[in-house]
Structure formats: structure tokens, C-alpha cells
Design a protein. Structure first.
Length: 604
């Protein structure tokens, strides 16, 4: 253990060491898998067999493995957002960690389905439940797992002593030598704008659905045929679109949507005004780009060593741009040299040495077709400065945009796009070390790398042609006035949409201070250290919760999207290094080392 972590105090005579994991979804399951993998070295293999085992208490109202998000009780129409072959709960040799690799099947191998399938979330939940059962079965003899189907309300206890985890409806707490918060996505209280919109809706008998998990939203108040303003064009919107169309009895017949008559009319817009980019629909072949190249551990070390701290846009983003450009052009020059004007060796040398303006000039001269150049700004904001004379013209224009995106993302000749995706994954691994860098990057990453399956965008096009979905535009403004909600966008000047219903199609922000989860609220009230974005600060080495002095708590850990070391995506793609796996492994090893020393002292 690190030298600044206090030595474990011996457990009371006759008591078994106890670990409480709050959250039994994928993250809690991943932690148990790593505990089982590391136990032969750090617990069962350390001469502690005679001291007995320990107890693991899982606290979650939902079934272990699947948890809330992947529970069985949800619509079978809702899909995963990744190919089945790109979803795994098991480590491989690309994961840099101290513990052993314990390989296992991907979702598509386990379910015996095509790797390119976008499985429904119920099937993923079944996979997760199986993984959980396998992980529990792999624990050494003497380690017992108990599930408590309740919510954790708070954690108490002295810094160097046993903790108490208080559960809803239970008069006595669970004793815990260690507590790991593996809570997943969070519900949140409304921010000021949402409070005002909700109050306006109540006063004028309107419908207002705030940010939420779409599968949990009550959509019955959205009446058939009535206009609904939808703010948000990402994955939450895709779920909403499905539940309000197929979920109400409509069906897709090829590229045509056959309505049931129960659908509302969805007027959708967002900051970008376009849907997330389609998932790429072809496989990688050939040499992978040698990443990281310009944004790796040494660059991150230099950023962290800056005396005055760092600014993301000034210090980090230029390196990310260079890294993603390198990934793109490495693939273009390597696979399609006929679309370039100079040799790769010459290009690479000048690209590596050049600053931003010099690299732009180099690309302009070496890559003749603008469609082969990587323009991150244009990708991020495709409607910037674009104006349409009418709503109908914009509907046609955006449908053409989506069609072009689908064509490109399913065309192997555009494989530099997939290389950029690999670059994005590489960048995200490095960014974890920098902690909280603000929300922009996470949204940009999701927009480029974590968009909907291609078939969903084809359904969107069919719904647009059927008049069920109408596009509003970029920088959509929403107001509440004259007894209705109104939406407008500079993309179509002078046009305003009115509706008596507004849906915020996005997830709540994962901030500790606004979380509805009572345990996190209690941590916030007790002064847990948070980033400016409201994320819980944890030790990057093993996930221990930090105090105001930067000291890691010896008995409390946290893993997940509400921490400042959150990792990309819900699940890990095989053979991509899996930073979540590395975090789980480090936490598991710290837990086992602590419990081993505790057991040894108790047995002495």
C-alpha cells in the first residue's frame, strides 16, 4: 500500500473483514471480477487461509450484474449502442495493469450472434448477469457475497476505523472495513433553468420532461399528433424517437415508416442541430496507427508539471488535434497513396515538426481532395453559418447530410475515419490522467465516436419523410411565453415552432452536488472535494476518495462517471487497453491488500 495510507486497524475478535460495494451494475461486477482474479496472489496465496475469508456486501435495488440501466424490465425495442463484438467485460493483454489477465467472451461470442449485431439491452443485461455469476463463482473459498436490494443512504465512521453504510428501511448499518462506491449514471435535481421551465409548465398546464434516462421517463403525457419540442439530438433522443414511434405501434417497412396514428410530432434541435455521427459500419484491416504519437504519457507529464496548471484549449487541445490528424493521415497515406501528392515519410517529417498553420498548409498541398482532409472544427459544427430559406428546405438539407454521413461511415474507402476513432480512444486514455477537463471534450467524443447505429439513422430519415420528426436547427433557443413553449434556430431565420410539450432529451449531468442519490448528497454535504464541474475527486492510482488536503481516504473508494477519472463509454472494446479495467484492477488490489493485512492482524 502507499506509504501515506494508515495501517489497517485490526478487526474486532470474531468479526470477518467486510467490503461494501454500493452499486451492483457493470462497474461493481467488474470490480468483483478483478478481486477474484487478484485474490490468489494477494489474499488466498498470502498465508491467510487460516484467518478466514471476508464478506462482500453488494448494495443495489436492482439485480446484480445488469443493475438499473441494463435491467430486464425495459422495452425490447431499445438497443445497445455498440456492435456485439465490441462489448466485453473481460481483460486482455492490451490492458496495462498489475493483475492477471482473465479472458472471457465478448457479448457476441457469449450470445452466439453476429458480431455486427446491435443487441437489445435486455440481452446485454443477461450477459452482465452471467458475468456477475461467473465472477462470484471465481472468488476464493471463504469469500461470501451478499446482495442487499436497497438504496444506500449514507456512510459514516472515523477515517481510520470501521465504516457504517446505512441502508433505506434498515435500522442498523452494514459494518464495512472498506467501502467502494460503484454507482453508475445519476439522477439529478433540476438546475435553475429546468426549475423555471417546470414551474411554467405547471402554471400553464403544459408538459415538461427534464433530463432523464429515456427508458425511465413517463411518455404517456405526449399526446398523439401534438407537436413536441425536443432539445437534444444524441442518444437519448434516439431512444425517445423509438419509444414514441415503434413503441406506439408504428413500424418500419424498408425505408418507409408506417404510422399507427399514436405518434406525436417531434421538433428536434440542439447546439449542433444534427444527430451524432453514425457508428462506423466496416471492420478494420491492416496496420493500426502507432498511437500515442503526439499525445502520450510524456506530454501528459509535461502538462501536469506546469507550475500554474493548464488550460484545456491552450495546452491540451492542440496536442489532441495533432494526434487525431496523425491517425487520420497515417491511414490515408498507408492505404490510399493515390489520393496523396507526396511520400508518407516526407509528410510525416514535416507534420511532426510543424505548428498548426504549417500543418494546415502541408495538408492542403499534400492531400488534393478536401474530402480526404481532417477538419475537426467542421465536423464539430457542420451548420455553423449555414442558413436555409424555409423549414422544408432545411428538412431536405439535413436529410441529405444524414444520408451522406451514413454513406461515408459505411464506406471502407473512408477508413481514415476509423483511424480517427482509434485516435479518440487513445486520447481518452491519456486524458484520464488530467482529471476534470470540463464537459466539452466528453460531448465531442460522444458525437464523433459514440453515435447511434446506422439503422437508427435510417429510421430517423424515414420518420422525417413521414413528417413525424421535424428538424429545427443549430443553436436552438427555447423560451416559455404566452402560455406555450417556443423553439427557434438561426439555421432557419424567422421561423418559430410552438408546442405545449417540451422534452429535454439528454442525460442529467453527473455532478455530486446535484445528484439525487442520497449517499452522494451526503458526501457533498460532508465536504467531499469536487472539481469545478462538480465531479468527485479521487486518487488516480486506485480510486480512493480525496479530502480537502489531497489525502486519500484509507477506507473509501469511488469509481464511475461522477468522478474526475471517468472513462469513455459504457463498455470496453476488446484490445483497446480498457482504462476502466485498469482502474478496477488497481482498486481491487488495494482492497485485497488492505483486507489481507487486516486478516493477518486479527489472526496474530
Amino acid at each position: 500500500m502507499p506509504s501515506d495510507i494508515p495501517t489497517p486497524i485490526s478487526a474486532a475478535p470474531g468479526t470477518r473483514p467486510s467490503l461494501v460495494i454500493v452499486g451492483a451494475g457493470p462497474r461493481g461486477t467488474g470490480l468483483i471480477e478483478r478481486i477474484a482474479a487478484n485474490a490468489p496472489e494477494l489474499y488466498a496465496g498470502s498465508g491467510t487461509e487460516g484467518a478466514g475469508g471476508f464478506d462482500i456486501h453488494l448494495v443495489d435495488p436492482h439485480q446484480p450484474g445488469a443493475g438499473r440501466i441494463w435491467r430486464a424490465a425495459q422495452s425490447p425495442l431499445l438497443w445497445m449502442n455498440s456492435h456485439a463484438e465490441d462489448v466485453t467485460m473481460f481483460t486482455d493483454e492490451t490492458v496495462v495493469m498489475e493483475g492477471p489477465v482473465r479472458p472471457g467472451p465478448t457479448l457476441h461470442e457469449w450470445a452466439e450472434i453476429e458480431g455486427s449485431t446491435f443487441a437489445d439491452r435486455q440481452l446485454q443485461g443477461a450477459y452482465l448477469r452471467w458475468v456477475h455469476e461467473e465472477a462470484v463463482a471465481a472468488l476464493p473459498p471463504g469469500v461470501t457475497v451478499h446482495h442487499h436490494p436497497q438504496r444506500a443512504l449514507r456512510v459514516s465512521g472515523p477515517r481510520e476505523g470501521r465504516q457504517q453504510v446505512w441502508l433505506e428501511g434498515r435500522p442498523h448499518p452494514l459494518p464495512a472495513d472498506l467501502v467502494v462506491l460503484a454507482i453508475g449514471h445519476l439522477d439529478a435535481e433540476l438546475d435553475q433553468e429546468q426549475h423555471e421551465l417546470a414551474a411554467y409548465a405547471r402554471a400553464h398546464d403544459l408538459v415538461h420532461l427534464p433530463p432523464d434516462f429515456t427508458a425511465d421517463s413517463d411518455l404517456t403525457s405526449l399526446a398523439p399528433g401534438e407537436p413536441v419540442i425536443v432539445r437534444g439530438f444524441g442518444l437519448a433522443f434516439v431512444d425517445l424517437m423509438v419509444l414514441l414511434t415503434e413503441g406506439r405501434g408504428g413500424r418500419h417497412d424498408g425505408d418507409t415508416y408506417v404510422p399507427s396514428g399514436q405518434e406525436p410530432v417531434l421538433y428536434v434541435g440542439s447546439r449542433r442541430g444534427v444527430p451524432y455521427h453514425s457508428k462506423i459500419g466496416y471492420e478494420w484491416t491492416g496496420e493500426r496507427p502507432p498511437l500515442p504519437r503526439f499525445f502520450g504519457p510524456s506530454e501528459v507529464d509535461a502538462i501536469l508539471a506546469r507550475p500554474g496548471g493548464f488550460d484545456f484549449r491552450r495546452d491540451v487541445w492542440p496536442l489532441i488535434e495533432k494526434e487525431l490528424g496523425f491517425a487520420h493521415y497515417h491511414r490515408l497515406f498507408g492505404v490510399h497513396p493515390e489520393r496523396t501528392a507526396i511520400a508518407w515519410t516526407d509528410f510525416e517529417e514535416k507534420y511532426a515538426a510543424g505548428e498548426t498553420a504549417e500543418r494546415e498548409a502541408l495538408v492542403a498541398s499534400a492531400v488534393p481532395d478536401p474530402a480526404d482532409r481532417l477538419d475537426l472544427a467542421a465536423l464539430d459544427r457542420p451548420l455553423d453559418g449555414v442558413r436555409y430559406p424555409s423549414q422544408e428546405a432545411f428538412q431536405e438539407g439535413l436529410r441529405a447530410y444524414v444520408e451522406a454521413d451514413l454513406t461515408r461511415r459505411h464506406d471502407p474507402s473512408r477508413s481514415p475515419d476509423l483511424s480517427v476513432f482509434l485516435g479518440l480512444l487513445s486520447v481518452y486514455v491519456q486524458l484520464i490522467r488530467l482529471g476534470d477537463i470540463g464537459p466539452w471534450w466528453h460531448g465531442f467524443f460522444s458525437y464523433l465516436a459514440s453515435g447511434p447505429p446506422g439503422p437508427r439513422l435510417r429510421q430517423l430519415l424515414a420518420l422525417s419523410r413521414a413528417g413525424i420528426v421535424r428538424f429545427v436547427g443549430a443553436d436552438m433557443a427555447v423560451t416559455a411565453e404566452d402560455g406555450v413553449f417556443r423553439a427557434s434556430s438561426p439555421t432557419v431565420p424567422g421561423v418559430t415552432v410552438e408546442a405545449r410539450a417540451l422534452v429535454e432529451a439528454r442525460l442529467p449531468e453527473p455532478t455530486v452536488g446535484r445528484a439525487l442519490d442520497p449517499l452522494l448528497r451526503q458526501l457533498h454535504a460532508d465536504g467531499a472535494v469536487e472539481t469545478p464541474e462538480g465531479l468527485l475527486r479521487v486518487d488516480r492510482a486506485d480510486g480512493r476518495i480525496l479530502d480537502a488536503a489531497g489525502r486519500p481516504h484509507p477506507r473509501r473508494f469511488a469509481l464511475g462517471p461522477y468522478t474526475d477519472v471517468r472513462t469513455p463509454g459504457a463498455f470496453t472494446r476488446p484490445r483497446t487497453g480498457g482504462p476502466a479495467f485498469r482502474q478496477n484492477d488497481a482498486t481491487a488490489r488495494a482492497v485485497l491488500a488492505f483486507l489481507r493485512d487486516l486478516a493477518c492482524r486479527a489472526a496474530a
